[in-house]
Design a protein around this ligand. Structure first.
Ligand code: T46
Length: 135
């Protein structure tokens, strides 16, 4: 499985912290239509457990540490988001799980489409059939 990460442009001002930035269509390979974020989760929280039929997203963790498990139906991989300037591109047809390594870690997501419940595959066997049918 090819893991696509981005290293955000980061500008540090002495004594004033760091500003990190990425742009849709430039630093990530799609335009951004929706942003959501997940916070207030205790350590050990596991979310996800689904794939998307078409949605493409970039995930990043501006605070804390979150393990992202990816599965394309053939191969599994893991990426640790523990650097506010690191982004992970998650393409469609990838089963994902997110596991909070640290309480109050924040997961931010920028997506290429508006929310659509019908775009989710929440059953793992259905996911496997979908990706295996595509070869
Ligand atoms: C994903 C991972 C990384 C909405 O109403 N609008 C939205 O834009 C989103 C993202 C969710 N929802 C509703 C649907 C559920 O009733 O919020 C509830 C929680 O969603 P879900 O259980 O899918 O949350 P996660 O953390 O398992 O997954 C989320 C995204 O849904 C998913 O697209 O890739 O984060």
């Amino acid at each position: 499985m090819i893991i696509q990460t981005i290293s955000m442009k980061s500008i540090t001002a002495e004594g004033l912290g760091t500003l990190s930035v990425f742009e849709g269509g430039h630093d990530v390979p799609f335009d951004i239509k929706r942003i959501y974020y997940i916070y207030g989760a205790p350590q050990g929280t596991q979310r996800g457990g689904h794939a998307h039929k078409a949605l493409r997203q970039v995930l990043w963790c501006p605070y804390g540490s979150i393990l992202i498990r990816l599965d394309d139906g053939h191969e599994k991989s893991e990426v640790l988001l523990d650097d506010p300037a690191k982004g992970l591109i998650v393409e469609h047809n990838i089963w994902r799980e997110m596991i909070w390594q640290q309480e109050n870690s924040v997961l931010c997501v920028a997506a290429d489409s508006y929310y659509e419940a019908a775009d989710y595959i929440r059953d793992y066997d259905e996911f496997l059939k979908t990706v295996q049918a595509k070869g």
